[in-house]
Design a protein around this ligand. Sequence first.
Ligand code: ATP
Ligand code: MG
Length: 400
Amino acid sequence: MSLIDKSGVNAAELFSAATRAAADILASSTGVEALEHLADTACRIVGARYAAIGVANADGTALDEFVVSGMTDDAKRLIPDKPKGIGVLGILIHRQSPLRLDSISEHPSSVGFPPNHPPMTSFLGVPLCHGGICLGSLYLTDKLGGFSEEDEVLIDALRLQLCVGIRNLQMLRRQQALSQRLITAQEEERKATAADLHDSLTQLVFAAQAHLDSYRARTAALPDSDLDLAIKYLRDAGVECRTLIKRMRVLELEDLGFVAAIGQLIDEEQARAGWDRTNFTTNVHDEDLHAMLAASIYRLVQEALNNIRKHAKATAVDSSVEQVVENGRSSVKLTILDNGTGFDVHAVNQSFEHIGLQSMRERTQLFGGTFRIESERGNGTIIRIRLFPDCIPTTLGNSG
Ligand SMILES: Nc1ncnc2c1ncn2[C@@H]1O[C@H](COP(=O)(O)OP(=O)(O)OP(=O)(O)O)[C@@H](O)[C@H]1O
Ligand SMILES: [Mg+2]
C-alpha cells in the first residue's frame, strides 16, 4: 500500500484537484485563483489549518506574490504587508528539499510574525523548483500533531500542478508588464506623431490653402473650376489632418473633460457612420475618474465605436459608463451595445489577424478588469467591460 493510500486521502481528490488546477489556469486572467484553489486543496489533503504559496521573482531571490488559504479576507487585510521572503520563508527559496518544523518560531532564522498575524506553530515548507529554477514555495502550518513524511508525499503529488500554476501566474504577469509597456509606447508614439503632424504637414496644408484662397480672391472674376476643386481638396486635407491629430492625442479629454469628450466622440462617430440613434448615459463626474482610467475608457469606446462603424451596419448604438461600489470595492462598468450584424466571437478570438479587440482586452487587464462580448449573427453585439480603479498600473503614461 502506498503512502498516499495509507494517508486515507482519496486519490480521486488529488485527481480532481489536478483537473481543477488545469481548468483554473485556462480560465484565469490573473493566475491567482488557480493558486488559491491549489493552496486550499493542499490545506485540505494534509489537514493543515493554513496554507500559502509564495511566487518567486524573476531571479528567484524574493517573493513577488503570496497567496493564502485558511484566512478570511478581513483577517488578510489586517496584516499590513505580504511576506517578501525573509526569515524561514526565505530559506525555502534556497532549499531543494522540504523543511518540517514542530514550531516555526523556534527556527534560528525565524524573524517572528508581523502585527495582526495569527500565531502559527507546526510548519511544512516545500520548495517548488523546476529545471533548476526556483519558482516559489508552498507553506503549510498548524496541523494537529505536526506534519509527517506522509504529508510530504501527498504534497509531492500536487507539486507539478503547483509549479504550472506559479509559472502561469508569472507568465501572465510578464505578459501584463509587456502590454503595459506597449500601450505606453503606443500612446507616446501617437502623441509624438500628432505633434509632428501638427507642426509640419498641417501647417503646410493650411499655408497652401491660405495662399490659394488669396490668389483665388484676386482672380475671382476668372472662372477656374480646376483651381476651385484643388482648393476644396486642400480644405478637406486640412480637416482630415485636424481629425487625425485629435484622434491621436485625445485632446477632448484635456479640453472638455471625460463626460463631454465621450459624448463628442459618439457624436462624431455617429456623423461618420450615419447611425439613426445613439444614447450615452453615465453617473460619472469628470473629477471622479483618474486621468489614466479616463484615457483608457476613451480608447476603449473609440475602438468599440470604430468596430461598429466598420463592421456592424448598425442603426443604433447605446453606451454607458457607470461607477459602482460592490463589497466595498469601486469599479467602472463600460457597456457598448449595437443592433448590427453581430459576429462569431469564438472564431474571431481564435484568429490572430485582428488586433482591435485584443488590444481592448489587454487594456482591460491592466486595470485588473474583465472583458466580455456577447454577439449573435443578426442580433447585434454587446461589450461589457469592468475596470478597477485600485489596479491603475503605475507605469502607464498619463497621456491617454
Ligand atoms: N460591433 C461589431 N459588429 C460586428 N462585427 C464586429 C464588431 N466588432 C468586431 N467585429 C468583428 O470582429 C472582428 C475583429 O475586430 P477587431 O477590432 O479585433 O479587428 P478589426 O476591426 O478587423 O481590425 P483592427 O485590428 O484594425 O481593429 C472584425 O473584423 C469584425 O468581423
Ligand atoms: Mg477593430
